[in-house]
Design a protein around this ligand. Structure first.
Ligand code: F6R
Length: 608
């Protein structure tokens, strides 16, 4: 995710910006840059790649001054490149802007600036419109120009802005993206994250949504959305730098589990408008969609599990058959792909070698290829005909959590969009699902508010040698993801079974020593699942039921129940996995495992 740091004071700004950016490296980024006001010039130096690349550029020419802003970019709009890196400038080169977040209406604003105001753009980014708007509205007062700019933009942002004509101030603002002001003596800082400034100060103001701040060397003015002066208490940071990188969480995995409500909002952002799914990245015609006789969904691991849930959605909404394949198996079974096929490749990293090889195979056979990925500019996104980005922010823990749930959301959106184009989506059903998708961030919050209760469950399961996860339909698919999560980070052997399949062999392994997690959320299969649960309770297994809030019935069959908030049944898989992620997380903690970097595993698997 992008990182921001800004400084105004008496020290040399470039080295402070670089040290701040270094502290933000853990967040993941693909390019970096700084803007510094020198004597009569605003110097911007930026480059694709790691901070060492920027350091090398700065060795060629180091700007010297006492005010500046810096940024690490994790590409969203526009691939990683020198020109797309931040800071961005307008046409006059008198302003520089860094931005975290997404400006949803940037295309519309860009068109207005180009056609009506004669601006010329350099990059493919959404951020550049902010620089041009500030320039357009500037009449000698930077904070006013920023306010006018923000009144025009829709989306999420934390921004830092400097202007050559006002070298005594930094202006910053936030909406749905974190921003802090660090307080020093004769110097102040802005940053997206606390670690960026911890080398210099522990006293910060936490800026809130809708606020705009003006920061000089010895004064910080915070204005609310109505331009009223805000009095803010100083927050004293007591964490060490490592804890601060994780935002106070003990592990990146827990941080990323807890980021899901925010990630959901970002995946959905700008994609449901007036009760319809809008995927601007796709421009399929009815003829094109009607031509597809079959869909393949191809991926590995957790991404593959997400595809298993995509399959029934596409089949139900589009009324065509879908095959879901493990990418490493795909090429070796001569899949029947041709021009009448849509092939969907799901990959958080966008670099998984097997998924990439499968994509190339599908292209060679003439299929239309569509990637669902989290990493802009990744190889899979570049090679696919179409890409849907997750916008979940970088995932650092090896075990995938927020990428999985946002992959699910992307597939709900994709299947509804395709069915809309094809004309096979009943309006009432569409409306219900879209409403439920929009409820997800709040409902996920409700689960996360009670996250500690999964610690107790994990304690009870700590000594188990085997754990079974069972369910039917979507509940089975969630069981598959829950079991992978548990085994990969806690090293407890776990298996997922279609609940009805246990009695065909595996039931032999169930004893009183085997905890069973029974997922019973799907109304269609509820009774049948409970019958299967009785088969395991009859063998004295301890059963934890995962049920819909209010389901008291299940308590007659299971030993204890955990609940997800009520939501339209068809989208319940997206919430259902969160308790299982938490259970796995705490199981790994209580067993003393390396949660973020489990043994033998890597975040990005670039070998076949
Ligand atoms: C498990 C996990 C892996 C990945 C798999 C594919 O938690 O993260 O199973 O899902 O290696 O990776 P991507 O999605 O990057 O293609």
């Amino acid at each position: 995710m992008c990182g921001i740091v800004g400084y105004i004071g008496t020290q040399d700004v470039t080295s402070i910006l670089m040290s701040g950016l270094k502290r933000l490296e853990y967040r993941g980024y693909d390019s970096a840059g700084v803007a510094v006001i020198e004597k009569n010039e605003l110097s911007v130096i930026k480059t694709v790649g790691k901070l060492t690349n920027l350091g090398n550029k700065l060795k060629e020419r180091t700007p010297h001054g006492h005010i500046g802003i810096g940024h690490t970019r994790w590409a969203t709009h526009g691939r990683p490149s020198d020109v797309n890196s931040h800071p961005h400038q307008g046409i006059s080169k008198e302003f520089a802007v860094v931005h975290n977040g997404i400006i949803e209406n940037y295309l519309e604003l860009k068109e207005w600036l180009v056609k009506e105001k004669g601006h010329k753009f350099h990059s493919e980014t959404d951020t550049e419109v902010i620089a041009h708007l500030v320039e357009e509205f500037y009449e000698g007062d930077l904070i006013e120009a920023v306010r006018k700019t923000l009144a025009k933009v829709c989306g999420s942002y934390a921004i830092g802005v400097i202007a050559l004509k006002e070298p005594d101030k930094l202006v910053a603002a936030r909406k749905d993206s974190p921003l802090i002001v660090g307080l020093g003596k004769d110097e102040n800082f802005i940053a997206s994250d606390i670690p960026a400034i911890l080398n210099y100060t522990r006293d910060v103001y936490l800026i809130e949504d809708g606020e705009v701040v003006e920061v000089t060397r010895n004064r910080v003015k915070i204005l609310d959305a109505d331009n009223n002066l805000v009095k803010r208490d100083i927050f004293r940071v007591e964490w060490d730098a490592e804890a601060a990188e994780k935002g106070g969480y003990e592990h990146f995995m827990l941080k990323e589990i807890c980021e899901q409500p925010e990630a959901f909002k970002k995946t959905l952002s700008g994609r449901i408008i007036d009760g319809k799914v809008k995927l601007n990245e796709l421009n399929f015609t009815k003829e094109q969609v009607e031509k597809w006789k079959k869909v393949f969904v191809v991926a590995c691991g957790t991404a593959y599990h997400s595809g298993l849930i995509g399959k029934p959605l596409i089949e139900d909404f589009l009324k065509i058959p879908v095959e879901v394949d493990i990418a490493s198996e795909f090429r070796y079974r001569e899949p029947l792909l041709n021009e009448d096929t849509l092939a969907v490749f799901i990959s958080q990293s966008g670099e998984t070698a097997d998924t990439l090889a499968a994509l190339r195979e599908a292209r060679a056979k003439g299929a239309t290829t569509l990637a669902i990925t989290n990493v802009v500019g990744s190889t899979i996104s570049r090679e696919a005909d179409y890409t849907i980005y997750l916008w979940a922010g970088p995932e650092i823990a090896v075990a995938s959590t927020k990428a999985y749930t946002t992959m699910l959301i992307a597939q709900y959106l994709l299947s509804i969009y395709l069915a809309q184009v094809k004309g096979t989506m009943p309006e009432e059903k569409e409306a219900k699902i879209l409403k439920a998708l929009q409820e997800l961030p709040c409902k996920a919050e409700e689960i996360l508010e009670q996250k500690e209760k999964y610690l107790r469950l994990a304690e009870n399961m700590k000594e188990a040698e085997h754990v079974f996860f069972i369910g039917r339909g979507y509940d089975y698919n969630i069981a598959q993801e829950g079991s992978l999560k548990l085994k990969e980070i806690s090293y407890i052997h776990a298996e997922a079974y279609a609940a009805g399949e246990l009695k065909h062999g595996t039931l032999a392994l169930v004893t009183e020593e085997t905890p069973v997690i029974a997922i019973a959320l799907q109304e269609k299969t509820y009774e049948k699942t409970l019958s299967n649960v009785k088969e395991v309770t009859a063998r004295d297994a301890y059963v934890i039921g995962l049920a819909n809030e209010g389901d008291q019935e299940i308590l007659k069959t299971v030993n204890e129940a955990i609940y997800i908030p009520k939501i339209e049944n068809i989208v319940s898989p997206i919430l259902a996995v969160i308790p299982l992620q938490l259970l796995s997380y705490y199981a790994a903690c209580v067993r003393g495992c390396n949660v973020d970097q489990p043994r033998n595993l890597a975040k990005s698997v670039t070998v076949e």
